[in-house]
Write a protein that binds this ligand. Sequence first.
Ligand SMILES: C[S@@+](CC[C@H](N)C(=O)[O-])C[C@H]1O[C@@H](n2cnc3c(N)ncnc32)[C@H](O)[C@@H]1O
Ligand SMILES: *[C@@H]1O[C@H](CO)[C@@H](O)[C@H](O)[C@H]1NC(C)=O
Ligand SMILES: *[C@@H]1O[C@H](CO)[C@@H](O)[C@H](O)[C@H]1NC(C)=O
Length: 243
Amino acid sequence: MRIGLSFPIFLQFAVTRFASAAIGKSFSSNDPILQYSIKHSVQLEQVQKELIELTSRKFGNVMMGAPEVVQLNQNLIRAIKAKNILDVGLFTGYSALGAALAVPSDGTVVGMDVYSEYFDQVGDVVITDVNLRRKIKTFFQPAEITMNQLIENGTAGQWDFCFIDADKKNYITYFEQCLSLLRSGGIITIDNVLWSGRIVQPKDEMDESTRAIDDLNKLVANDTRVFVSLLPIADGLTIALKK
Ligand SMILES: C[S@@+](CC[C@H](N)C(=O)[O-])C[C@H]1O[C@@H](n2cnc3c(N)ncnc32)[C@H](O)[C@@H]1O
Ligand SMILES: *[C@@H]1O[C@H](CO)[C@@H](O)[C@H](O)[C@H]1NC(C)=O
Ligand SMILES: *[C@@H]1O[C@H](CO)[C@@H](O)[C@H](O)[C@H]1NC(C)=O
């Protein structure tokens, strides 16, 4: 009986210590419950399949947004009738494409990245529909600079939706800038907030990125400017609704 009692405690320890086993993108996990969820919800358009395929072939799929996350973004965009979208961390364009598919024909997606090569070689190649491609405006410089320019250009409070998925050390900066740019009722989603489970490491064992994500999570949890949910989906996704 004693063993029966201690076994679940050991398991609990194992799950905490190796929390990465409990979360993961559908790309890289064969967990049957996760695969069931994906099979019964994720629906990809042909252009999205092509973008995933070409990205995986050229650069691998480690950096690409998970389909279940990008589709959740799309559904949030539709739910709040978002038109103007900020995509912080464009990479090959998967999350930007999802947003462009979800906004109306006069919608805009501002894609930000320091490197143009990823998008030039993938997004720009597979997104051949001119009406779709025209919605995506790209800025290849640090996202912090682009968002400062958007603020200087007088567009604060005019954006509907922001997806944060770039360098982790600047997450708090991006969160603050997105919050300034968003209208009341706008939504920010933030990817990788569980960071393959490393987020539960003791603070003194964390590297710079893990620490930055943990700092952001603690800030957001106590932030009275937003209503928040942190979902253990894919690599962890925070949804913050601006009051
Ligand atoms: C995880 S990927 C983005 C994935 C993309 N959202 C998707 O759905 O496939 C992160 C991207 O952030 C970019 N990045 C890194 N530092 C940046 C910075 N300071 N400003 C803008 N983008 C940056 C990287 O070049 C990389 O392409
Ligand atoms: C800010 O406005 C200028 C002038 O209209 C424009 O050239 C620039 O692209 C804008 N910047 C951003 C990030 O939209
Ligand atoms: C929120 O703030 C309180 C008071 O500063 C702090 O004790 C608490 O740990 C914070 N919550 C989180 C999740 O960081």
